[in-house]
Ligand binder design. Structure first.
Ligand SMILES: [Cu+2]
Length: 190
């Protein structure tokens, strides 16, 4: 038996699984944002003194939002970065309120063992890491929000939203913000 024959059956089974997964998504419909692909938004990030220290760009893909961040003036190391529920940074960054959620009792933390597909903070993201000179550039992908609506909460909803950078890393488990501490950067997403 040649090698193609040996691999043929598992390969066909794998193809079927991939197709079944794709078909399952199509059946649900709301899992995909294909009709909104290309919708975009951006945020100018300021520090607590109001100085512009960076920016974030957001672009809708078919299954989630691609986010690009560039910022300076951070302390070196990890910083929690989240999408917060209100588009305001003044009079202070608390105006951004808490994380974007779909339920009142949403659980914070990408590693939270109690988390399910429907009960987590939609604003959760992996950490942002600043280099020794205080600059950070990163790309994130999240399927927990949308730009302008669809299966997940919209960044550009009626009261807007913000990207918030915290002073410390997010441990991705502790309530309510993973121990990420104070807010050192804020950008209104427009
Ligand atoms: Cu936060």
């Amino acid at each position: 038996m040649n090698s193609w024959r040996i691999w043929k059956i598992p390969a066909l089974v794998a193809c079927f699984i991939v197709m079944a997964a794709a078909c399952g998504g199509d059946d649900k419909g709301q899992d995909y944002e294909a009709d909104r692909v290309g919708a975009s938004a951006s945020a100018s990030i300021v520090n607590p003194d109001g100085d512009v220290v960076g920016s974030a760009e957001f672009e809708q893909g078919p299954t989630g939002v691609l986010m690009t961040v560039s910022v300076s003036g951070l302390t070196p190391g990890g910083h929690g970065i989240h999408l917060h529920a209100v588009g305001a940074c003044t009079p202070d960054f608390k105006a951004a309120t808490g994380h974007i959620t779909s339920t009142d009792d949403a659980l914070h933390g990408l590693k939270n063992p109690e988390r399910t597909a429907g009960n987590g903070d939609n604003g959760d993201l992996p950490n942002l890491y600043a280099a020794a000179d205080g600059t950070a550039q990163a790309e994130f992908f999240t399927s927990l929000v949308t730009i302008s609506g669809g299966s997940m909460p919209a960044l550009l909803d009626a009261d807007g939203s913000t990207v918030i950078i915290h002073e410390s890393p997010d441990d991705h488990i502790t309530q309510p913000i993973g121990g990420a501490g104070g807010r050192v950067g804020c950008g209104i997403i427009r």
